[in-house]
Ligand binder design. Sequence first.
Ligand code: SAH
Ligand code: SF4
Ligand code: F3S
Length: 476
Amino acid sequence: MFEGKNSTVIDEEIQGTATIKNSPIASSKKVYLESYGCAMNFSDSEIVASILTQEGYQTIKEPETADLVLINTCSIREKAEQTVRNRLTFYKGIKKRHNKNLIVGILGCMAERLKDQLLEEEKLVDIVAGPDSYRDLPNLISNVESGQKAVNVLLSREETYAEISPVKLGENGVSSFISIMRGCDNMCSFCVVPFTRGRERSRNPETIVREAKELFDNGFREVTLLGQNVDSYRWNITKKGEIKNPDEETVSFAQLMEKVAQVHPDLRVRFSTSHPKDMTDDVLHTIAKYENICNYIHLPVQSGNSDVLKRMNRGYTREWYLTRIEAIRRIIPHCSISTDIISGFCGETDEEHQDTISLIKDVKFDFSYMYKYSERPKTLAERKFDDNVSEDVKSKRLTEIVNLQKEQEKELNRRFIGKTKKVLVEGPSKKNPDEWKGRISENTMVIFKNENFKPGEYIQVKISDISTAILKGEVV
Ligand code: SAH
Ligand code: SF4
Ligand code: F3S
């Protein structure tokens, strides 16, 4: 979904460590935070850092000197969980070599899915804390300090951590995530998220706008509004569309985006993820109206076949999806569109797979995250259908999808050659410090020669070349 933009990702989770520099509190307690999975997890780690900083903890960059290691985990595919299990072996070594009293906590979606089972399976683990119980971490830690193991996996219908100001971890100081809602009520049959993140709830818009303002004042120039299904964002409105409290304002997702866009014309606004069944024309008109709301929509399709979509419980057909694409093209003519695709879902026939291929050809996505179906315990699909497409066939279909997508992506990126585009400067590129990088509104990365630019500055770049997913250009 949000993983690593502008590079083709096949069944791979973001891995990264999250740390802050120069913590204002000099403390003897040191925490090392490590995050996997989607942007929401990375954003949650910043909430955790904020809660622990209040408790006198200092976040550190290397785990060797840590008193506490917290791993924020993902359950979306089996491989994501395996990565964390392997990581625990690494921490066994750290505990043995560096700190016999090291406390190890598992946070996030694996914690929620496996609960106390994790304590039985992984002797190293002291704390298991689900996504809604981070305020309880100080208690959980003190339980462990007094010799017990500690678990809190209660899911909440209200928790949005609304008023907690996240501590920015390892970011570029230019773009930041803002969580606007949590949980998901959709129950797509393949997906574990409703079980690990609980019911959908939206965050108070005032606190969202305040966070956006603070970020802008601190030099940030881009915010991505995060939710499992941002189109379901609603404040003071019931699911049926009725007003809850007549004395308070109501805010839809389109209105929220508008409020954030109005913080400052130099603050770029992005959002993720939209659901094809819920994305309204209102949202599209709002994107078209504001120059600083980026021309980029991530609209996961999952499959190009309506029967597969039905088995996936996605709530739309191929035709409906195509009408949403038409609406985007009509209302925002230069909008980039990306998607998520799953290959080899239960019972997927070769004809059904070919429908996905033809949909990719019809839509021409600017970017796609592509995965092999991975059965998840307790999901609707696990209970109702057979995971009966062989690994071989899943892989073959995935390769076909990836190759087609890559080929089209390169072709599509050619449209930028010769055009002058507004780029938000992020900083030096990884490969060559003389070359700097930034993004265009359509989200594609551009590489250009550094001329004493500062991160957060807007510059005009004339695109001269492309290399797969990245553009190259000269500053004008
Ligand atoms: N809320 C987001 C999805 C979050 S999960 C949305 O609806 O777009 C991100 C992506 O992971 C999904 O879009 C889907 O393509 C993929 N995914 C989810 N469950 C999966 C599974 N069991 N096997 C393979 N891919 C899966
Ligand atoms: Fe999972 Fe579907 Fe919810 Fe996305 S919308 S998080 S795929 S259940
Ligand atoms: Fe993974 Fe949980 Fe995000 S399962 S994708 S970390 S919501």
